[in-house]
Design a protein around this ligand. Structure first.
Ligand code: ZN
Length: 130
């Protein structure tokens, strides 16, 4: 378990980072009338429907990284709420606080992350980056 103080600090950082990404996406979107339903759902789940209103099919490719990042952040925020933040989602061991300070949205311990990335490189776990 990580300390409540660190959890609170990282939660604030995650919130701030989330705003930054959302603003970045928003500022890039000056047009966006056609909303793909899948895209909409994806972003609506992230809790910011204003952004969902702005994004269309073509832009999803462009903002794929940002959206993936948003999802990671939201997942981390919900783990904080659920009290499971700081534990690896794959093996359940504590994630090193130093790792969380560098990557507050980290969901896996270093070992599991390395394993996941190795699998992705071999093409075994496509899409698991989310
Ligand atoms: Zn692990």
């Amino acid at each position: 378990m990580i300390s409540p103080t660190l959890a609170a600090q990282l939660e604030a950082e995650l919130q701030q980072h989330r705003k930054y990404i959302v603003n970045g996406i928003r500022s890039h979107l000056e047009h966006g009338d056609d909303i793909d339903q899948t895209t909409f759902n994806q972003i609506a789940e992230s809790g910011d429907e204003a952004v969902a209103d702005l994004i269309n099919d073509t832009e999803i490719a462009q903002f794929g990284n940002e959206l993936a990042e948003l999802q990671k952040i939201d997942a981390a925020l919900s783990r904080i709420k659920a009290g499971t933040y700081g534990s690896c989602i794959a093996c359940g061991t504590d994630i090193a606080p130093q790792r969380l300070q560098v990557q507050p949205a980290a969901a896996r311990c270093l070992a599991c992350q390395a394993e996941l990335e190795a699998e992705q490189q071999r093409g075994i776990a496509p899409g698991a980056t989310l």
